[in-house]
Structures are given as C-alpha cells and as structure tokens.
Ligand binder design. Sequence first.
Ligand code: 5GP
Length: 209
Amino acid sequence: MGKEQKDEKPADTPLPSSAPPDRRPIVVSGPSGVGKGTLYGLLFERHPDTFCLSVSHTTRDPRPGEEHAVHYHFVKMEDFEDLIAKDGFVEHAKYGRNRYGTSKMTIEEQTKKGKVVLLDIEMEGVKQIKNSGIDARYIFVSPPSIETLEQRLRGRGTETEQSIQERLAQAQKELDFSKTPGVHDIIIVNDDLEASYKKFEEFVYSPPQ
Ligand code: 5GP
C-alpha cells in the first residue's frame, strides 16, 4: 500500500487531546507489502489531526491513486541527485532501481504543524536516522512468513514480476536486520489486522520510556 496522508491544518495548531504522551517522531519500517500503510492509515483515521506523514521523495512512478505531494514527491532521478548534492536529505536510500529519501524541508514543514511525525522508510534510512541524532521511536512490521508476504505483494497487483522479486530479496534483508538487538522498540507480526493495529496503537500511546 502507498503512503497515506490528508493534512490541511495550518501551522501551530494547538495539540489535540488525543496527542500521544511521547511526541518523538515514529519511524515505521518493514518489508514492502507487509501492511505498514494500512496500520498507520488506521491510526490517522482513528486519531484525526494528531499525526502527519513525512512525505518522501521518490524516483519511482506513481501507482494508480497515488498523488504528488500527498503520497510522495515524485521526482526525476536527476532532481533527486541534485537534492543529494545540495545536502537536502536527512536520509536517502536506493530501493530496487529507485531512490527514496526524506528531505530536510519535509521534516521542517511537518514538525511546524505541531503533530507527531511518522516516517515510513526502509532499513538503510532507519540506520541513517539513528545516526542523525534525531530522537525517534522505531516500529518494525514483520510478515508472518515470506510466503505470506509474496501472496500479499502479488495480490495487490501493483508490481511487475521483477519488482516483486526485488521486493522479496529486500524483504529478507529487512527481516535479518530486524533481528539486530536494540534496533527497533517493537516488532509487530502482522498476521491479523485488528490485533496488529491494537499493538501498534498501544505502542504509539505508551508513555516515554
Ligand atoms: P514503495 O515503493 O512500496 O512505496 O516503497 C518501497 C520502500 O521504500 C518501502 O520499504 C518504504 O518504506 C521505503 N521508503 C519510502 N520512503 C522512503 C524514504 O524517504 N526513505 C527511505 N529510506 N525509504 C523509504
């Protein structure tokens, strides 16, 4: 699922009562197709005006229904590389044949909204955020098995065979990385949507450790 965001409140909106006690950015990672977007989409729906998604830059083409500047900033490779040269990214990574990154400007814009910022990024980005000095919380969403993940990737019908193979190879790397002790604050195995959502929400609303 692609990134989901609907966010039109002006800057400096007072904190709504459903704001979580821990307001650090939340980094959500996990293999493509695992259901991260569905989980945080539910969080945004059930706690309106509380969270906002960091809208990443990507060189990949939009999927049907994805909008520029809502799901991603869809840019050409040369524009992406230009932004790297200008030191415009907090983190960026290659994923398959495409590049993805979180721009400094996006983080500034989202932080100004006074909401809790959620980042949906892959593991190289996770490592860079960890090294950046940004104090964040880390959630990893895992599939029950690689087979289930493959079924989901095929089922959503948005990927070519090559893209499915690249995503499965990448998934194995992400799963291996997720086993590094202390990297993530919580690992949620997404086997049942409501049960997984409950764990996701409980973690987001837990007090600062
Ligand atoms: P998709 O093409 O399925 O939207 O995303 C592919 C992968 O790129 C996902 O694992 C997603 O989390 C990751 N991703 C999306 N935006 C960013 C970003 O800004 N930085 C990094 N490092 N990964 C990203």
